[in-house]
Design a protein around this ligand. Structure first.
Ligand SMILES: Cc1cc2nc3c(=O)[nH]c(=O)nc-3n(C[C@H](O)[C@H](O)[C@H](O)COP(=O)(O)OP(=O)(O)OC[C@H]3O[C@@H](n4cnc5c(N)ncnc54)[C@H](O)[C@@H]3O)c2cc1C
Length: 545
C-alpha cells in the first residue's frame, strides 16, 4: 500500500483496484497523477503479467510480437502495490474485499476492473479469445496453405458489439495466404451488423467493405451464426454457409463477485462517474460494466472517470468529468492500418475514418495514461514520442509517460473561499465551426492575436484548435482553403465552468499539460478561454488565450 509523502499529515485514502488489466492500470496511473499522496493504491490480480491482447491477432500472422509486461513493475511505476489473488466477494458495508485464498483486504474506495470472461457461443467453432488461441490460428493457416482447408468463415456472434478482431482475422488471413501463393481459399464473414464495423458509421462500413472486396472476402450482414456442423455454418435463419472451418468471437460475461449488483450475465451497472449503482465508494470500469461495447479504449475512459471521482473523494482538487464514450479503432488490414473514431455520446457527430493517425500515440488501445506508457516501454521514452508526433487529431493523451505528481501549491489552494475561474482575467473566445477551413480560422486568430479557437457545434463545445494544431496541419502540406477544423482540432476537450475554483483550473491544466482551457456554461456553451499564464499567475498577465 502506498504511504503518504513526508510532510503530508492528512488521512490517506486506501483504494483497492480489483484486476491487473487495461482499466486497472489506467486507473492506477490516473490516481497517481490526480491524487498523488492522498491515496494509497493496491491492485489485486490473479496473474503477475499484463498482456496487451489486441496484438494477439497480429502475432497470429507473424506481423508483430505479443506484448507481455511484468505487472508488478508497471504497478510500481504508478506508485501502487500489487497483491496476487483472485477476488471472490465484496463486503460493501464493512468495505472489504475477500480473495479465494481467504485474505481480507479493507478499502476506503474500491474500483472493480476485473474484465469479462470469454464464453464460446457458436457451437463447434474455434473461439478466438486472444493470446490463448494464437497457435490454433497459426495451425489453421498452415492447413489452408497446404490445401486441406479450402474455406474459412469468421463470425461475430449475436450480442458482440466489438467485432473488429474478426475483420482483422479475415483480412490478415487473406493477405497471408495470398503472400504464400494461395489465392483459392474462400473466406467469408458473418455479422449481425447491417454493415461492416457499423459502430463507426457508414463511411467506415464502405471503407471496410472495399477492403474486404479487394481481398475477395464475402460478407454476410444481418447474419446470426449458431453452430458449425461438418461442412457448414448454420445461421439462425436456417441457411447453411459452406465452410471447412469456422472461427468465432466469444460472448463475454462478467466474473461473479458475491456482494455486488450484477446482471444475469455478470455485468455491473454504473452511473456516469462509474460508481456502482447504490454503492457509494465502489466503482467499476471496463468490460465488467454494463456498457455494451467491450473495448480497451472505452475501459480506459471509464477508468479515468472513476479515478477522477475517487481523487475528488480523497480531497484532491479535481473536477470529475463524466464518462463520455469515444470509440477509437485501429484496424490491421494486411497493408496500411485504418484509423476510425466515433463519438458515441454524440451519435449525430460524423465519425472519422482514414489512414492517418487520429490520436496519439496511435496505439490499438487508446488510453490517456496507458497509451504513452506502453509506447515509452517499447520505444524508449517520451522525448522521442514528442519528437515523432505526426499531425492529426489528438486526444488528451499525456505525452509524458511518467505522470506528473500534483503540485502541492494547487492542493493547498484548493480550499473553499479562494478565487473562482470567473475572477480570472478571461478573454472572450474565438468561436469557430467544425467545417470552417483552417485558412479562415488562422486569419481570425492572427487578427485577434489569439493562440486558440473554441470549436462549437449547435452551441456546444466540441473541440479546441490551437496554433500548434495549425502548425502541424500546415507542416503536413494541407491546403488552407480545403482542410477543415474538424480534422485537426482536439475533440472532446477538457473544459471548466466559471464557478469552479481558480486552483481547480490550474490543477486541471498542469495535470493534463494543456495551455488553453475553454470555460463553458453548464450545458457546454463556450464563454471564455483561459491561458495557462492567466491561471498560474493571474496578477501578472493581461488576458491571453
Ligand atoms: C483479440 C482481441 C483483440 C482486441 N482488440 C482491441 C483493440 O484493437 N482495441 C481495443 O481498444 N480493445 C481491443 N480488445 C478489447 C480489450 O482488450 C478489452 O476491452 C480490455 O482489455 C478490457 O479491459 P478491462 O480492464 O476491463 O479487462 P482486462 O484487460 O481483461 O483485465 C481484467 C483483469 O482482471 C483480472 N481479474 C479477473 N477476474 C479477477 C478477480 N476475480 N479478481 C481479481 N482480478 C481479476 C484479470 O486477470 C485481468 O488482470 C481486444 C480484445 C481481444 C480479446
Amino acid at each position: 500500500m502506498g504511504r503518504p509523502e513526508e510532510g503530508v499529515t492528512e488521512h490517506v485514502m486506501s483504494v483497492v483496484i480489483v484486476g491487473g488489466g487495461v482499466a486497472a492500470l489506467e486507473a492506477a496511473f490516473a490516481l497517481q497523477a490526480l491524487a498523488g499522496p492522498r491515496v494509497g493504491v493496491e491492485l489485486v490480480a490473479p496473474e503477475p503479467q499484463f498482456y496487451y491482447r489486441p496484438l494477439a491477432v497480429a502475432k497470429s500472422f507473424e506481423l508483430g510480437e505479443l506484448r507481455r509486461y511484468d505487472l508488478g513493475d508497471l504497478v510500481a511505476r504508478a506508485g501502487a502495490s500489487l497483491t496476487l489473488g483472485r477476488v471472490t466477494a465484496v463486503d460493501a458495508v464493512a468495505h472489504e474485499v475477500h480473495t479465494a485464498a481467504g485474505a481480507v483486504i479493507p478499502f476506503d474506495a474500491l474500483l472493480v476492473a476485473c474484465g469479462a470472461e470469454p464464453k464460446p457461443c457458436v457451437e463447434g467453432a474455434l473461439t478466438f479469445r486472444g493470446p490463448a488461441d494464437m497457435e490454433r490460428i497459426a495451425e489453421l493457416l498452415a492447413e489452408a496453405e497446404f490445401g486441406s482447408v479450402k474455406s474459412i468463415a469468421f463470425s461475430i456472434p449475436d450480442g458482440v458489439l466489438w467485432g473488429l478482431p474478426v475483420y482483422e482475422l479475415a483480412l490478415l488471413t487473406a493477405a497471408t495466404l495470398e503472400s504464400r501463393g494461395r489465392k483459392d481459399v474462400e473466406i467469408l464473414i458473418t455479422t449481425p451488423e447491417d454493415e461492416p464495423l457499423a459502430l463507426f458509421g457508414r463511411e467506415a462500413g464502405d471503407v471496410t467493405a472495399a477492403l474486404l472486396r479487394r481481398r475477395g472476402i464475402v460478407i454476410h450482414t444481418q447474419a446470426l451464426a449458431r453452430a458449425f456442423h461438418y461442412g457448414g455454418l448454420v445461421l439462425a435463419s436456417g441457411e447453411v454457409l459452406p465452410a471447412d472451418r469456422v472461427v468465432a468471437l466469444p460472448r463475454l460475461e462478467g466474473p461473479r463477485l458475491d456482494g455486488l449488483t450484477q446482471t444475469l450475465h455478470g455485468f455491473i451497472p454504473i452511473d456516469q462517474h462509474c460508481q456502482v449503482d447504490g454503492m457509494p465508494g465502489i466503482y467499476a470500469a471496463g468490460d465488467v460494466t454494463t456498457f455494451p461495447v467491450k473495448q480497451g479504449g472505452i475501459a480506459t475512459q471509464q477508468a479515468d472517470a472513476a479515478a477522477q471521482a475517487i481523487a475528488l473523494a480523497a480531497g484532491a482538487d479535481v473536477v470529475p468529468q463524466p464518462f463520455r464514450p469515444v470509440l477509437r479503432g485501429m484496424l490491421f488490414t494486411g497493408s496500411e492500418p485504418q484509423f476510425m473514431r466515433h463519438d458515441l455520446a454524440h451519435p449525430d457527430e460524423r465519425p472519422v475514418v482514414g489512414l492517418k493517425e487520429l490520436w496519439w500515440p496511435p496505439a490499438k488501445i487508446a488510453g490517456h495514461y496507458l497509451g504513452p506508457l506502453i509506447l515509452s516501454l517499447d520505444d524508449g521514452g517520451a522525448t522521442e514520442v514528442e519528437a515523432a508526433k505526426p499531425a492529426g487529431f489528438q486526444i488528451h493523451l499525456e505525452l509524458d509517460p511518467a505522470p506528473r505528481a500534483p503540485r502541492s501549491l494547487d492542493l493547498e489552494e484548493a480550499g473553499t473561499g479562494g478565487p473562482t475561474v470567473a475572477d480570472l482575467p478571461m478573454a472572450p473566445p474565438l468561436i469557430v465551426a467544425p467545417e470552417d477551413t483552417l485558412g479562415e480560422v488562422a486569419e481570425r486568430m492572427r487578427d485577434r492575436n489569439l493562440g486558440s479557437a473554441v470549436v462549437s457545434e449547435y452551441g456546444r463545445t466540441v473541440g479546441i484548435l490551437t496554433s500548434r494544431d495549425l502548425l502541424n496541419a500546415f507542416a503536413s502540406r494541407v491546403h488552407s482553403s480545403e482542410a477543415r477544423v474538424r480534422q485537426w482540432m482536439t475533440a472532446d476537450p477538457i473544459t471548466i465552468q466559471a464557478t469552479a475554483s481558480a486552483a481547480a483550473a490550474a490543477s486541471l491544466m498542469t495535470e493534463h499539460g494543456i495551455h488553453h482551457l475553454p470555460v463553458v456554461t453548464e450545458d457546454g456553451r463556450p464563454v471564455a478561454i483561459l491561458g495557462l499564464r492567466d491561471v498560474v499567475d493571474p496578477g501578472l498577465t493581461a488576458p491571453t488565450a
